[in-house]
Ligand binder design. Structure first.
Ligand code: OSB
Ligand code: MG
Length: 368
């Protein structure tokens, strides 16, 4: 495919409810979207970076800069045999995986349309539907958290993830577990602890969680392997894993037993597939994480979740949990059994609504 034109734009989308993690609270998402035209076909990608560089070093500004000054000039007017050929070209740029993923994933969208196959099938997906969980942020009170959990269980979601941090952990989980003794439950700390907190982290073992996600440093595999030896609860790695090589090292030193794969964090479908294939070969379960994506990033997450190694419910849930109106048609819906059907139509399977995207746009720039 020959890339004729690339447009980047920033949209602002207010969340239905604030989302709070150990590193802060988000009320409105600032999302950079990438639109690529190649051989008369249009593909879309989404930068999943947070508003501030608190989850990783990336934010919407850094992504805009890397796309505008490197990734777009390096890919425009060139002939790419397939979407999988662009990741090696981007390799000289260190990091900036979320910016890379947005452009690469738009090419996968184009390739799926050109080959007239569903995106899920093009990337190697085999599942017809995927199991869904929800990620519930830190609330103003435990009562509100319990109420929210009940609402999501009533909607059919198969597992509940809550966010924890020092001061919102043991007591909260104690009350949640007492109220919901049998649900599939996990906790995500987003790097809020250190090995000095080991006694407190060991207390979490009594809640028989499915896993505890990223308790320690955002780049620290070594301390996670020390912690895993002290815990019966499996550790799931999120922030630490940027590529298949990180996953290999993590598995080798026992830094965790489960991996959360995020398309943005690992740099797009090519890298995500490599992480998936490695984990599958090593019998490490994986699941698809989320970054409060708009419908475009969500549609990519759904396609990736169809890969056979995605055996655990992910953080991919219905559009209505995030937005009063999503920017795709149809919106993402979840069945009463807590599943999402993989689209069987060619390409993304969800049409970006230009009208809604335009209405949410605060700046855009195009390159030919
Ligand atoms: O750590 O998984 C995370 C949201 C923003 C940044 C990091 C994370 C999250 C979530 C939300 O947990 C997942 C979602 O519902 O999209
Ligand atoms: Mg996480």
């Amino acid at each position: 495919m020959k890339i004729e034109r690339v447009e980047i734009r920033e949209i602002h989308l207010p969340l239905v409810h604030f989302f709070e993690t150990s590193f802060g609270r988000t009320t409105t998402r600032r999302i950079v979207l990438v639109r690529v035209e190649a051989d008369g076909t249009t593909g879309w990608g989404e930068v999943s970076a947070g508003e501030e560089p608190f989850y990783s070093h990336e934010d919407p500004e850094t992504a805009w800069h890397i796309l505008k000054d490197y990734l777009i000039p390096w890919s425009l007017k060139k002939e790419w045999p397939s979407a999988s050929d662009i990741a090696p070209r981007f390799r000289p740029i260190r990091g900036h995986n979320m910016a890379k993923a947005a452009l690469e994933n738009a090419l996968w969208d184009i390739e799926a349309q050109q080959k007239r196959v569903p995106l899920a099938r093009l990337v190697g997906g085999t599942l017809a539907e995927i199991p869904c969980g929800v990620s519930i942020g830190i609330q103003n009170s435990v009562e509100e958290l319990v109420e929210k959990i009940q609402r999501e269980l009533d909607a059919g979601y198969q597992r509940i993830k809550i966010k924890i941090k020092p001061g919102w952990d043991v007591e909260v989980l104690d009350r949640v577990r007492n109220r919901f003794p049998r649900i599939a439950l996990m906790a995500d700390a987003n790097s809020a602890y250190t090995l000095a907190d080991i006694a407190r982290l060991k207390e979490l073992d009594r809640f028989y969680l499915m896993m505890i996600e990223q308790p320690l440093g955002w780049e620290d595999l070594v301390d996670h392997s020390k912690l895993q030896r002290e815990l019966s609860t499996p550790i799931c790695l999120d922030e630490c894993i940027h590529n298949a090589d990180d996953a290999r090292k993590a598995i080798e030193i026992g830094a965790g037993k489960i991996i959360n794969i995020k398309l943005g964090r690992v740099g797009g479908f090519s890298s995500a597939r490599a992480v998936h294939d490695l984990c599958k070969a090593k019998n490490i379960p994986v699941w698809c994480g989320g970054m409060l994506e708009s419908g475009i990033g969500r549609a990519h997450n759904i396609a990736m979740s169809a890969l056979p190694g995605f055996t655990l419910p992910g953080d991919v849930s219905a559009s209505r949990r995030y937005w009063t109106q999503d920017i795709i048609d149809p919106e993402v819906t979840v069945s009463a059994q807590g599943t999402i059907q993989i689209p069987q139509t060619p390409g993304l399977g969800f049409a970006p609504s230009l009208e809604r995207i335009e209405a949410a746009t605060v700046r855009k720039e195009s390159f030919e």
